[in-house]
Unconditional design. Structure first.
Length: 137
């Protein structure tokens, strides 16, 4: 969503926020992907059919959009696109905060717990900013 908003958003503040979100999340994703490789058995990979939004048969991750929502987002333009980006990214961040809080409370790996704490803090601040941008629309 952030990559699409970098080019498709009409509000320069939304574009700038999308760029910051993308820049913050790429290293987090890289780090978690590295952990999966480090912690998995040799040759292990994500099971077939699973994706970013699938928690191994336990249902979608909190904050993930449905295929219909993503289709509507992709088709949106102008102010509607900007609004959808902000609303959907708030929900996505809320889901990340939920998962990060669970990791911080139940996790065992100190590095993963530290990342979870940073995710909670940074994404809560971004939610505040996105709500402010929505209020300005």
């Amino acid at each position: 969503m952030a990559a699409a908003a970098e080019t498709k958003a009409t509000d320069p503040k939304v574009k700038a926020l999308a760029t910051r979100i993308k820049g913050a999340q790429e290293p987090e994703i890289d780090e978690m992907t590295s952990w999966l490789s480090d912690w998995a058995a040799p040759g292990a990979s994500m099971p077939a059919g699973e994706s970013h939004g699938d928690m191994g048969g336990t249902g979608p991750m909190p904050g993930m959009m449905t295929a219909d929502e993503m289709a509507a987002f992709t088709a949106a333009t102008g102010a509607d696109f900007d609004r959808m980006f902000l609303e959907m990214m708030i929900r996505h961040h809320q889901g990340a905060i939920t998962m990060a809080a669970a990791q911080r409370q139940q996790g065992l790996n100190p590095s993963a717990k530290a990342l979870a704490e940073a995710v909670e803090r940074e994404q809560a601040a971004e939610i505040t900013q996105m709500r402010s941008l929505l209020g300005a629309k």
